[in-house]
Write a protein that binds this ligand. Sequence first.
Ligand SMILES: *[C@@H]1O[C@H](CO)[C@@H](O)[C@H](O)[C@H]1NC(C)=O
Ligand SMILES: *[C@@H]1O[C@H](CO)[C@@H](O)[C@H](O)[C@H]1NC(C)=O
Ligand SMILES: *[C@@H]1O[C@H](CO)[C@@H](O)[C@H](O)[C@H]1NC(C)=O
Ligand SMILES: *[C@@H]1O[C@H](CO)[C@@H](O)[C@H](O)[C@H]1NC(C)=O
Ligand SMILES: *[C@@H]1O[C@H](CO)[C@@H](O)[C@H](O)[C@H]1NC(C)=O
Ligand SMILES: *[C@@H]1O[C@H](CO)[C@@H](O)[C@H](O)[C@H]1NC(C)=O
Ligand SMILES: *[C@@H]1O[C@H](CO)[C@@H](O)[C@H](O)[C@H]1NC(C)=O
Ligand SMILES: *[C@@H]1O[C@H](CO)[C@@H](O)[C@H](O)[C@H]1NC(C)=O
Length: 553
Amino acid sequence: MDIATLYTFLYTLWAVPTVLFSGAGRSSTGISQFEVHSLPNTAQLPPSWAGQLPVPETEEGNALFFWLFETEDTAYDENLIIWFNGGPGCSSLIGLTTGTGPVLLNGTSTQLVRNPHSWTKLGHVLYVDQPAGTGFSTASIPYPVQDQDRATDDFYRWLKSFLTRFSHLRSKRVHLIGESYAGIYIPYLAAAILDNNDTFPIDLRSISLGDATIGNPAAMSAATIAPYLRAQRDLLHMSDEIIDAFTEAEHTCGYDNLLRDANHFPPKGKLHIPGNHENLNFRRDRQQPPSQLLREEVHRRGLGTLYNETCDIHPTTKETVLASILNSTCNGPCATFATAINYLNTAAETSSTNKTEPPDTENQACFDIYDISNDCNTIDPLPLQATYFSRPDVQKALNLPPPPEGTTREYSPCNKTILDTLLAEQPTPPAYNILPRIATTHNLPVHVYSGEYDMLINHIGTELALQNMSWKGALGFSRPLNSSIFYADATAGSGPAGSGCGDGGGESSCEEAGTWVSERGVSYHLFHGAGHTVFAKKSREMFAYVRDVVVAG
Ligand SMILES: *[C@@H]1O[C@H](CO)[C@@H](O)[C@H](O)[C@H]1NC(C)=O
Ligand SMILES: *[C@@H]1O[C@H](CO)[C@@H](O)[C@H](O)[C@H]1NC(C)=O
Ligand SMILES: *[C@@H]1O[C@H](CO)[C@@H](O)[C@H](O)[C@H]1NC(C)=O
Ligand SMILES: *[C@@H]1O[C@H](CO)[C@@H](O)[C@H](O)[C@H]1NC(C)=O
Ligand SMILES: *[C@@H]1O[C@H](CO)[C@@H](O)[C@H](O)[C@H]1NC(C)=O
Ligand SMILES: *[C@@H]1O[C@H](CO)[C@@H](O)[C@H](O)[C@H]1NC(C)=O
Ligand SMILES: *[C@@H]1O[C@H](CO)[C@@H](O)[C@H](O)[C@H]1NC(C)=O
Ligand SMILES: *[C@@H]1O[C@H](CO)[C@@H](O)[C@H](O)[C@H]1NC(C)=O
């Protein structure tokens, strides 16, 4: 034991005896100020550390909020899982309290209860609010993060500083997992970590992207929405006539040829989007009119006004659907995605405004693009979460500095300024060059997954993006994405998310969780029965996935 280690040992012993005895933070100095001792209205937590740490070498005022949990199972002590919510500009506390972390919001109360499927049983888990200004993180003025390069640089610099302070985590196997816009955050961050490994080694072991923005937005939305609607027509209560309109438009727009080409295993060549200039349809979508429900949704998520208020299209018939897709000056040509949203919102509004009784769950009275199986009775955890984390006693427990005298600190799960800023300058989709390089040059496992009921980032679009991606000398997967099923309770180590049912687990352990394919270091899993946030609806299945696919690799 050298002097430095001895000093660290004594310091730790003196400063944080409880932490020492719980086995954590053995060699980290100066972290006791971040200890979370207890949290109001919460079940017992595993040892954890939270607070703000500055982003080094940037303007005064940029500090990222983190919450680190110690692993609850020493068998998984070697893993450090870092979770990212998307947005851009949404807090990672969303994922923490809705299915990945040790505590969960219980129903409509702001009581946090233990999550039996917490990822803290699979490693140390770190949640960070990033980029600067997200959640409990702070930003300098004027807002400094104007593009993804800056977001990546900031987070990478911050991570080095964090690992220097929490030095007992320096040698852990790092797994980056996130959802939605984290499909951009994570590949760019992984590239920064790998490219700088010589100067600051980080043992990065995998990246996992769920319902994520990995491909061309037009291909992931407009080009793939018709087959998605056909597959989910019952859940969406769509008539033959309306489905026919989408199928007809799909042919007119040439999307059927694209889908046919994508359905070759392996694909014959790169997939061409007909008559479309990359992201244009996506941009148009963002300028289309909000329905009342969508407006409320946007307001509820703290996103302000997202859409062009001057257009107001409410297609309800085959003719108006076709006109909206093909002829609308608001949406531009071939606006299948925008039209599908307008149609479903209009249908939901009509059926809910005509009702005097409480919403009928049998009826599609509420349309949730994040999870089409949700209905009006589905509880939205975000307002509850905002209430809980806006409490001064909770903020104090998380080691946040007190707000200026006489003021309060409102916590918003998502930040519109950040969303608008980063979406205005979208980077090239990472599947074009970053993901191929990560998988090929760095030989890092890349995992992609989707929830079947997510219509915002539908799984057919994700599958198409993967079929258009080249890695390790070939394009896409060589066999269909539905070639196998997996089970939630497969024993660890039995192959990608369970090649079979575990022995003696009874009937329930044999429930089919989804389908998967894995080739040349890239895996894809499709989860049944879950929407945009798979971890929230299917936390048991997601836990098995993290255990058997992500950290086992
Ligand atoms: C969740 O809340 C319900 C109703 O308030 C309560 O009965 C139940 O015990 C709570 N669950 C946990 C795990 O605390
Ligand atoms: C969002 O971030 C911006 C830039 O840091 C900040 O000015 C604004 O107050 C934030 N909004 C919310 C609702 O937190
Ligand atoms: C990073 O550097 C470490 C130590 O030099 C090395 O063991 C590891 O293989 C490197 N990782 C990658 C992905 O290159
Ligand atoms: C396929 O990738 C190329 C870039 O490699 C891109 O130009 C094209 O738009 C992509 N096609 C689809 C359908 O995403
Ligand atoms: C689109 O507009 C053209 C010209 O006004 C018209 O002939 C055509 O019928 C319209 N198509 C649809 C589907 O509304
Ligand atoms: C909104 O749509 C109207 C009607 O098509 C168009 O004239 C206007 O430029 C759009 N506004 C924005 C901000 O895109
Ligand atoms: C709802 O009410 C409107 C206006 O009264 C009517 O036009 C529409 O057909 C009704 N829709 C349903 C589904 O009953
Ligand atoms: C798998 O996909 C193929 C072609 O896409 C389809 O014909 C087949 O029915 C699918 N199999 C299952 C089990 O879903």
